[in-house]
Design a protein around this ligand. Structure first.
Ligand code: NAD
Ligand code: TYD
Length: 351
């Protein structure tokens, strides 16, 4: 094995795609997946690679500094790709503290462990922090977020991610830790937990339940297929320049209501329903507190400097995604049983 790489949050949505890509593409890398297995983490996302000889799993909480230090001692990592986080804005509004602990304290624990482990020789080492476009705040109708856009986070989730981004960069400037950061737009695809807009809507349409649209459905997001995010992460991990930030986006903006109408058309076709059947489930509910109007990413730096482009058109990605959710009923039923039902009741019945 010529490199040992720690991937945190590898049992989550994006992390599982990154683990899969690295385990399959780099048989000579030893990939260690660290995950606490919160409600969002699920080892069933990785059954296709779990027995590969270059893959290992460690169930750990990044908030536990002693455990993190011991893990770095055990494996002597060459690199870290850090995705573990609390990731859902609505949960951050209901309970900010977990976001502060995991996203900020957990990130600093990893930075400290990497710094300590690499203190004698930082050559060839890399700490890659995965972040979000939400740190840049909210756009009006015009313009895009670039890597130079000033941070203006507005939810507890985005504020905790912004804080962790600043700390990662501070460790580069202060201690010369070799870091890269990327900020990506909204991802969609297989294995996304059904609290997020698209899988939640697919699940509800399938079960003939209302599709909750916050406010007037006019908020705009830029959607990227998760496998294209994983491909960008691979490129940035290997070719990104130390200390730099790269924006990743799909150049694919949709208002929430247009996106859900598009999904409804696909679902009607896949489920052999009359056109218009799914759209009848659309239900406008009370808006999210502090709901950011628009996110849009300028990813030209990544495209021109590293040659990344999305591999899929949005229509194709949506077809693949919907087909996957419809043919993985067991996965969907498992993750939506138990505590998720309590969250759903609390989040949506009060609206
Ligand atoms: P997710 O919620 O699906 O997965 C997060 C994973 O982190 C889970 O497996 C969870 O068990 C694990 N985790 C949470 N707390 C932990 C802790 N204290 N210790 C160890 N593991 C812990 O999230 P995701 O959507 O896959 O996002 C992954 C990363 O990408 C996050 O850092 C997120 O901010 C960022 N991101 C997400 C999106 C998106 O659209 N989903 C877009 C841009 C950036
Ligand atoms: P989400 O998937 O939570 O991602 P983020 O908040 O990180 O962008 O939400 C995407 C958009 O969909 C966002 O504008 C909020 C909206 N939304 C709804 O209208 N209804 C819902 O039930 C959810 C979960 C989100």
């Amino acid at each position: 094995m010529n490199k040992t790489i720690l991937i945190t949050g590898g049992a989550g949505f994006i992390g599982s795609h990154v683990v899969r890509l690295f385990v399959n593409k780099y048989p000579d890398y030893r990939i260690i997946n660290l995950d606490k297995l919160t409600y969002a983490g699920n080892l069933a996302n990785l059954t296709d690679i779990e027995n590969k000889p270059n893959y290992e799993f460690e169930k750990l909480d990044i908030v536990d500094a002693n455990a993190i230090n011991a893990l770095f001692e055990k494996y002597q990592f060459d690199g870290v790709i850090h995705l573990a986080a609390e990731s859902h804005v609505d949960r951050s509004i209901a309970n900010p503290m977990e976001f502060i602990m995991t996203n900020i304290v957990g990130t600093v624990n990893l930075l400290n462990a990497a710094r300590n482990s690499w203190k004698d020789n930082m050559e060839g080492k890399r700490f890659y922090h995965i972040s979000t476009d939400e740190v840049y705040g909210s756009l009006g109708e015009e313009g895009f977020f670039t890597e130079e856009t000033a941070y203006d986070p507005r939810s507890p989730y985005s504020a905790s991610k912004a804080s962790s981004d600043h700390l990662v960069r501070a460790y580069h400037h202060t201690y010369k830790l070799p870091i890269v950061v990327s900020n990506c737009s909204n991802n969609y695809g297989q294995f996304q937990f059904p609290e997020k807009l698209l899988p939640l809507s697919i699940y509800n349409i399938k079960n003939n339940k209302p599709i909750p649209i916050y406010g007037k459905g006019e908020n705009i997001r830029d959607w990227l297929y998760v496998v294209d995010h994983a491909r960008a992460i691979d490129m940035i991990y290997h070719q990104g320049v130390n200390g730099e930030t790269y924006n990743i986006g799909g150049n694919n903006e949709w208002t929430n209501i247009d996106l859900i109408h598009k999904l409804c058309e696909i679902m009607d076709r896949k489920l052999n329903h009359e056109p218009g059947t799914s759209a009848k489930l659309i239900t406008y509910v009370k808006d999210r507190a502090g709901h950011d109007l628009r996110y849009a990413i300028d990813s030209s730096k990544l495209q021109s400097e590293l040659g990344w482009t999305p591999s899929l058109q949005f229509e194709e990605g949506m077809e693949i995604t919907v087909d996957w959710y419809l043919s993985n009923e067991e996965w969907l039923n498992n993750v939506t049983s138990g505590t998720y039902q309590q969250y759903y009741e609390k989040q949506y019945t009060k609206r």
